[in-house]
Design a protein around this ligand. Structure first.
Ligand code: ARG
Length: 704
């Protein structure tokens, strides 16, 4: 018996499952047996009384969950942080617990209204008293944690709960004497698991399986070497006894129906203060501002989801709802995160959504010098496809050469600072790079509701179309192509050899001849197979007319490569009259620039193929400058490569038979991209047909 340990309990006189505020209560309303509950509670009471002291608080009618005294508050020394229940169903317990604590001489702290925190259900002291583990995600707010640190003067480690069955920290986490920890890892997010692993050495972590977790094995009361719980598997008992703990099982099934067990039914009210432990909370908060059609576009929801899914929590401070349909709304959102690292991740995502740290907060961006050519400072801001502005010398300047996966390099010129997107390898000593997330904003067009709807219709908001929708998409693409051509715009095509294998070569040839294509990007293979087809009628040895392999056909493409090599280049082969039709021929004839990027698997290669990949990337990015649309035809490699260097605002149409490729490209999240899952040969033939129809002065049905 340890009389330095005292618990608070509350007899189950009024206990019942009267409402549903956690998943365990569902289907259990009035299903628990009063007699059995009383009997089970008394057994627990006696077990505890044999090992420690137990105080009682008077049960109150109308507050059935008051038996769960763990939720009364959080005690450390003579200080209590009183609970603020999330649900009104339990808020009425607060004054009774407050009264009890005050009558016992505790100093009671109360959190601001609307800042939920559910006491020792969501906050557990390390048994060595070194720090406080605090849960958030369901019942308690992350923003309550700094108060705990301040009032209790202890380091707080915030853990995010992600499984609603384990809605309180004490349902899945139980610090034990000697620095051991009994817990159920899947109840926590990835980041919290890492924090736990950093604080508790592997040999002290007792991770339990789901079967034990749903029996509330973590909801245990630890007194010295005994651990009291509802039920434990033989395996768990063995593991605990191997490290010196004895499990005492005492059935609490009637309380499980309300989502609680041994630990929930008790509150340890003697928690000695350790002098070494000192307040420290890594919880960070900052305010971000969002503007636009926040509700119409679902932007605010996306932002708030981003915060929570990223492991943070939020408070909407001001929300100015635009009154007219066309007026924009604005909101200031306070974001809290359990650490700096998590905060930076959330900020980056919010910046992508167009959120900005209010300018008065950031005057000058964090700039750090490049100290090694081709290497950015740690913590450099990674660029996106969206037009971006950064604050330098207290003003916003536009970032040039926008593309994703770069860094923002800032140089000072007599005309003022210049910011450019640069690839890591292009960074030079003498430049500075934007680091962190302050003073960075992405500029999103605020479209009106009408604009957005019409655009979404025409480009189906980055969705992947099924076969049935292919024709519709083809119509739209044809229309766009026609418009771009007629106004002297620019369309770039990336194409893989599949275009040739599927019989799309003649259609692509047609598009080039008719002036719909202003640049062609591909690899060695598209050119080789195109030339093979135009000169030998096969594509990789397969007869394109009959669809069968011809004898010795596998050598064809090598003969072709050899022939072009002899000429010196594709253009030379055209000039010498050796190459007389096909995709590459049309490019040469119509002065459509092309770039062929080499790869490790290339045969030959053709003299035109750029085997220096850095040069090839440069050629590609030069050719897409100013493009209005990029048609990506069945080449994962080249399409993704091009996608990476294309800023938002360029329409991308990705056609591939493999949905994964299409999804990958339309996932860039820009409205302008659309994916079409279909055979590329078929797509091209439909496209050409559609274009001819548009071009002809009469609708096809009337044409003879
Ligand atoms: N029905 C109660 C609720 O949902 C159960 C509380 C369990 N207590 C605990 N510390 N986990 O609030």
């Amino acid at each position: 018996m340890n009389d330095s340990i005292r618990f608070l309990m509350c007899a189950p006189d009024h206990y019942d499952v009267d409402y549903v505020i956690n998943p365990w209560m569902e289907g259990n309303i009035h299903k628990s047996s009063r007699d059995r509950a009383v009997e089970q509670w008394h057994k627990l009471y006696h077990v505890l009384k044999e090992n420690a002291l137990v105080d009682l608080v008077k049960p109150e009618k109308g507050w059935p969950d008051m038996v769960f005294t763990a939720n009364a508050g959080l005690v450390l020394g003579k200080t209590v942080v009183l609970s603020r229940f999330l649900h009104k169903e339990r808020q009425g317990e607060e004054p009774y617990f407050k009264e009890w604590f005050e009558s016992q001489g505790y100093t009671v702290h109360e959190l601001p209204k609307d800042l939920p925190f559910e006491g020792a259900g969501d906050a557990l002291l390390d048994r060595e008293g070194r720090w406080l583990w605090a849960g958030y995600g369901f019942r308690s707010e992350l923003d309550a944690h700094p108060y705990l640190a301040k009032w209790l003067d202890i380091e707080v480690i915030s853990l995010q709960l992600v499984d609603e069955r384990f809605y309180h920290l004490d349902t899945c986490f139980c610090p034990l004497n000697g620095g051991y920890l009994l817990y159920y890892p899947p109840a926590f997010d990835f980041y919290s698991n890492r924090i736990i692993e950093m604080r508790v050495p592997a040999e002290k972590r007792i991770a339990i399986a789901e079967a034990d977790a749903v029996n509330f094995a973590c909801n245990a009361v630890n007194i010295d070497s005994i651990v009291v719980m509802n039920k434990a598997s033989e395996e768990l008992k063995k593991r605990l006894s191997a490290v010196g703990f004895e499990v005492i099982e005492t059935a609490l099934t009637e309380f499980l129906k309300a989502g609680g067990a041994a630990k929930c039914l008790t509150l340890r009210v003697t928690e000695p203060v350790r002098e070494e432990a000192k307040a420290y909370v890594p919880v960070e908060s900052r305010i971000m501002r969002m503007e636009g059609h926040l509700l119409d576009s679902g932007l605010i929801n996306r932002a708030l989801d981003t915060i929570v899914e990223g492991g943070g929590s939020f408070q909407v401070l001001n929300f100015n709802l635009g009154e007219q349909r066309q007026s924009t709304s604005s909101a200031d959102v306070k974001v809290s995160a359990p650490s700096h690292e998590v905060m930076e991740e959330i900020m980056t995502l919010l910046i992508d959504l167009g959120a900005v740290a209010p300018p008065q907060e950031v005057c000058d961006t964090n700039l750090e010098p490049v100290i090694q050519d081709g290497v950015a400072p740690d913590d450099f801001y990674v660029t996106t496809i969206y037009p971006t502005e950064v604050r330098v010398d207290c003003q916003w300047i536009k970032v040039q050469n926008q593309r994703m996966d770069g860094a923002v390099a800032v140089t000072r010129t007599p005309e003022g600072p210049v910011a450019k997107c640069k690839l890591l390898r292009d960074l030079k000593v003498g430049e500075s790079v934007i680091v962190g997330v302050d003073g960075i904003r992405t500029v999103r067009k605020t479209e009106s509701r009408e604009q957005r709807n019409s655009q979404e219709f025409s480009f189906m908001s980055g969705s992947v179309s099924s076969e049935r929708r292919v024709e519709l998409v083809v119509e739209q693409v044809a229309w766009e192509l026609r418009q771009i051509r007629d106004r002297g715009g620019k369309v770039v095509v990336t194409a893989g050899p599949v275009v040739i294998h599927t019989g799309g070569g003649e259609h692509l040839t047609h598009l080039i001849r008719e002036g719909y294509v202003q640049g062609l990007l591909g690899g060695n293979a598209i050119a080789v197979h195109d030339i093979e087809q135009s000169m030998m009628g096969t594509s990789l040895g397969v007869d394109m007319k009959r669809g069968v392999a011809v004898r010795g056909g596998h050598r064809h493409h090598l003969k072709i490569i050899n022939m072009i090599r002899r000429c010196g280049s594709i253009a030379a082969a055209v000039e010498q009259g050796i190459l007389t039709n096909g995709v590459m021929y049309e490019c040469v004839k119509n002065n459509v620039p092309f770039s062929l990027a080499g790869s490790i698997r290339d045969d030959g290669p053709l003299p035109d193929t750029q085997m220096d990949l850095i040069k090839a990337q440069e050629e590609y990015s030069r050719l897409i400058v100013g493009a209005d649309m990029i048609l990506m035809l069945s080449s994962m490699l080249h399409s993704i490569g091009v996608g990476n260097m294309t800023p938002a605002g360029v329409k991308m149409v990705c056609v591939d038979i493999n949905p994964a490729v299409v999804t990958k490209l339309s996932d860039r999240g820009s409205v302008e991209s659309i994916g079409v899952v279909t055979d590329v040969g078929l797509f091209l033939s439909l496209l050409v047909k559609q274009l001819d129809q548009l071009t002809s002065p009469y609708p096809i049905s009337q044409a003879v």
